[in-house]
Write a protein that binds this ligand. Structure first.
Ligand SMILES: [Zn+2]
Length: 308
């Protein structure tokens, strides 16, 4: 059995994991500033990787989870969305080869989380699944007919956060209008709250300070404004999931992200809404929470080199 290194390039944290036999054996975390770019992160990430790999003599591959669109065959970032904007110009594969002399893959971070959940988590045993990761943005990935979906340019299944749920809606960071992400991702919460004139003035005044945690806390306390915002976001997620079900016909829809600490609220709401709206005459997909949390994208590292 060989060991693999997974690197998950988050907006504020880079997480590295040593993966072997479907387990994350050890991790390192490096504080990151995605605005400052990937080039400046390679030094500290390399040092963290060296610490993790000290004494490891069977490293067989390195996989990088990137928060943007990846040219998978070329193993390069193809397009960014406000994070690590210098990445398309950086030869990470060359950096890995010089440093560790092992094969390298780069993939979209939400697709890597999908692969981790599919091989080692909530999607184990399925041949058709969709994963939706909800956070600052909304990432998706799809397994169909027993394989991760890539499409011609590697984008298929990755842009579920940018399916349109309101063609007259809010302008999204991607350039489109009315995306799932623009109407429900945490990055947009200040706008979602600030622009909703049905909310109380006092609640809207604070719009810059809300995140999912504060909103769900207020929702639990029965705050009517927070209830409106939280239900609005969940309705958007439900609309997105109906689109994913109609597009991909999954057995399971797995939902991930720190938000799932409120799975007790989210899952029953989404199940009721989605099952009432989706057209699934033969069988309904299960809607479940991710099981591997932050480790999911790291766990995918092993998959690529075993299935290359
Ligand atoms: Zn968009």
């Amino acid at each position: 059995m060989s060991s693999y290194l997974g690197i998950d390039l988050g907006g504020t944290i880079v997480k590295l994991g040593l993966v072997r036999g479907g387990k994350v054996l050890a991790t390192e975390r490096v504080a990151a500033d995605s605005q400052a770019g990937l080039g400046r992160m390679l030094g500290p990430v390399g040092e963290a990787a060296d610490r993790l790999l000290a004494g490891v003599n069977d490293l067989a591959g390195v996989a990088l989870a990137f928060p943007g669109i990846v040219d998978f065959p070329a193993r390069r970032a193809a397009s960014t969305n406000a994070k690590y904007n210098d990445a398309p110009d950086i030869d990470v594969e060359g950096w890995v080869r010089d440093r560790y002399q092992v094969p390298f893959v780069m993939d979209n971070d939400a697709r890597m989380a999908l692969i981790g959940e599919w091989t080692c988590g909530a999607g184990r045993g399925t041949s058709h699944m969709v994963m939706m990761t909800i956070g600052t943005g909304i990432g998706t990935g799809v397994v169909i007919d027993g394989r991760p979906l890539y499409g011609r340019n590697g984008c298929a299944g990755s842009l579920g956060g940018h399916l349109v749920v309101d063609y007259r809606g809010r302008r999204c960071t991607c350039g489109n209008v009315g995306c799932v992400e623009a109407h429900s991702a945490s990055f947009f919460l200040p706008q979602i709250v600030g622009e909703d004139t049905a909310l109380s003035e006092a609640f809207r005044t604070d719009s810059a300070n809300y995140n999912y945690k504060t909103l769900f806390d207020k929702y639990r306390a029965g705050d009517p404004d927070a209830t409106r915002v939280v239900r609005g976001c969940m309705d958007v997620w439900a609309a997105g999931i109906v689109n994913y079900i109609h597009a991909y016909d999954p057995e399971k829809v797995v939902i991930g992200g720190g938000i799932m600490r409120s799975a007790d609220i989210i899952l029953p709401y989404l199940r009721e809404k989605v099952y009432s709206l989706a057209w699934c005459p033969i069988s309904k997909p299960e809607i479940v929470a991710s099981e591997r949390g932050d480790d999911a994208a790291l766990l995918a590292a092993e998959y690529y080199f075993k299935h290359a």
